[in-house]
Design a protein. Structure first.
Lengths: 332, 266
């Protein structure tokens, strides 16, 4: 398949801007393109998104394919798969990267099957094999207990990247690039599903993905009430409150607080894991934290193999005393 | 409503992380001794989604499981929860596939089942976590797909789905037939009742081989893979935890605060 060349990334747009994750894709895309000695392009799709093309160029794209169509205004599987198929047929990239986002998780697999090619999702490492020049795709498996490296036989080699696994390049507004308009050419009948409504459930305040400090509660909290103890500490430190899966499944806290393999991936400076056993699926969401502090009454809990500091004790006794002492220290 | 649920038997993801071991020679996981396999948890949510619709609208649920070394009391769990029929794709030719060859085999089996309104899959399996098979089935059968469902209702020949997104959810309507992948936000799968377990014990699963579903040998199992596993490994962990002590939990907490301050972490 000698006619497949270059790296293409999906330039996801949110609120009229190229998302942070799309910027990260350009960062790793640049490395891969350079290793192949080929070019880096981005595809920006939506309605009224032509202005985003320059942002993609500023973050490293040599070329930007813009697919602007009213049928692409909101993400839905059918029109986006059709539009991406069209762009891939035109651009013929060797590698196509997307973010492992609500959009990427839905778009990438359907597109891969439509194109008859392989896909690796949630990649934490991407590299070019120096010998074969194939894309080496490394991803967590078995709930995060292990990593697996894959290669793809077909083209393009498609991969979705985990948030924060890669870094964006410095923005350079004076960078020049080529903008190519691609007509979506979509018949409305292509779109089988309908977006009826969008409901926002996230609490106002610091987003977990952006928080510098996170206080996270697990099954050990025993119920919704003890989350007040976490909120007090988080408020004092200017941080956000998160949860592992059991409190969300038990409806103690909203599902949008879930940190983990299928929840939010966070990379704070400081992560308090309170009443959290430290199962791999949860660690997959927070192992990028710089400092992990564990509070758990079970000395055998796996979290103590993952944390930098720990206290073995009842969180109902530990947290208030911790909060009070921290308050005192911050004053002095 | 005729519904199909794809369920997979996997090594128990709740087994302690310390018991997880890889055999590097075969690039595979060594099953932890004494820990029986289970139905992949998100597939349990998929079964629950189908059962909720059966409760509301009536109908029949057919479960399809592809795998090897399938333990009958594990794969029959969806039957004991209330599903009606179990089909096993059990044959060495189906083994060691990836999302591609597994989705192909399941799609061919679904074609053979015939008439259906909905196909439910878990959002990702607890072993390989790829999250692709549902989409693959949809593409191969030319069906619409809605992923990450936290609520599914059948209304007037359509399905109304609440789909999980990062800051809340979307409400998506899809015509039927369709494929829906299900997430844990749908709710805990129901427990099997004693009546359900006894009924399931009497039911015999239907076993289909590649020839039964008209499968192209080059598209199933290892032969049908579009991805190749190069290496399976456990990243080396360097962690060492400093456990902060105290006479009482409160004293330990005070000592922790002081230590974090000293380390300039807070």
């Amino acid at each position: 398949m000698a006619d497949y060349k270059g790296v293409l990334i999906f330039g996801e747009v949110a609120e009229g801007k190229l998302t942070g994750q799309a910027q990260e894709l350009l960062g790793i895309g640049r490395k891969l393109a350079d290793a192949l000695g080929e070019g880096l392009s981005a595809v920006v799709a939506g309605s009224g998104v032509a202005g985003v093309a320059q942002q993609a160029i500023a973050f490293g794209a040599d070329k930007v394919y813009v697919v602007d169509d009213p049928l692409l205004k909101d993400y839905l599987n059918d029109p986006y798969v059709a539009a991406m198929q069209k762009v891939v047929e035109q651009a013929k990239p060797q590698i196509f990267l997307m973010g492992q986002t609500n959009v990427g998780r839905d778009l990438a697999p359907k597109l891969a099957f439509k194109l008859g090619t392989g896909l690796s999702t949630d990649c934490v490492d991407l590299a070019i094999d120096p010998g074969t020049k194939k894309l080496l795709q490394t991803r967590p498996v078995y709930g995060g207990n292990a990593r697996a490296t894959f290669t793809t036989e077909g083209f393009p080699q498609i991969a979705t990247a985990r948030a924060k696994a890669f870094s964006a390049l410095e923005k350079n507004d004076s960078r020049k690039g080529e903008v190519i308009t691609v007509a979506a050419g979509l018949a409305p009948s292509v779109v089988r599903t309908k977006l009826v409504n969008r409901v926002k459930e996230e609490a106002a305040g610091i987003k977990l993905e952006d928080a510098r400090i996170i206080v996270c509660g697990g099954r050990g909290l025993g119920g919704p009430d003890n989350f007040k103890l976490l909120e007090a500490l988080a408020k004092l430190l200017g941080g956000a409150v998160g949860a592992s899966r059991p409190p969300c499944d038990n409806n103690w806290v909203p599902a949008t607080l879930q940190i983990g393999l299928t929840g939010k991936i966070v990379t704070p400076e400081v992560y308090f894991a309170v009443g959290i056993s430290g199962a791999s699926q949860h660690m997959a969401g927070c192992s990028g934290a710089k400092h992990i502090i564990a509070i758990n009454k079970d000395p055998e809990a796996n979290i103590f193999r993952e944390a930098e500091f720990g206290v073995v004790g009842d969180l109902k006794a530990v947290l208030p005393a911790l909060t009070d002492k921290v308050k005192e220290l911050l004053k002095g | 409503m005729n519904m199909i649920v794809c369920a997979k038997q996997v090594l128990d993801p709740e087994a302690p992380p310390a018991s997880f071991k890889i055999d590097p020679a075969s690039n595979s996981v060594v099953p932890p001794p004494g820990v029986p396999p289970v139905i992949s948890p998100f597939d349990g949510n998929a079964v629950e989604a189908a059962l909720k619709i059966k409760d509301a609208k009536g109908g029949k649920i057919t479960v399809i499981t592809l795998g090897s070394n399938l333990l009958r009391d594990v794969v029959k769990k969806p039957l004991s929860m209330g599903c009606d029929e179990l089909i096993l794709l059990e044959d060495p030719a189906f083994q060691n596939g990836d999302s591609w060859s597994i989705a192909y085999a399941l799609a061919m089996a679904i074609k053979k089942v015939g008439q259906f309104d909905l196909v439910f899959c878990g959002r990702q399996s607890a072993d390989w976590d790829t999250g692709q098979v549902g989409a693959g089935i949809a593409e191969l059968l030319n069906l619409p797909i809605v992923s990450l469902a936290k609520k599914v209702e059948a209304v007037d020949g359509k399905a109304k789905v609440e789909r999980v997104v990062a800051d809340g959810y979307e409400v998506i309507e899809t015509p039927l037939p369709a494929v829906i992948t299900v997430s844990n936000e749908l709710g805990e799968p129901r427990y099997a009742t004693l009546k359900g377990i006894m009924g399931a014990a009497k039911k015999q699963p239907i076993i289909w081989k590649p020839a039964d579903i008209g499968a192209d040998a080059s598209k199933i199992g290892v032969a049908g893979r579009r991805t190749k596993l190069v290496k399976l490994f456990q990243p080396v962990k360097e962690a060492k935890c400093e456990v902060i002590k105290g006479e009482t939990p409160q004293e330990a907490a005070v000592n922790l605060a002081a230590r974090l301050r000293q380390a300039k972490i807070i």
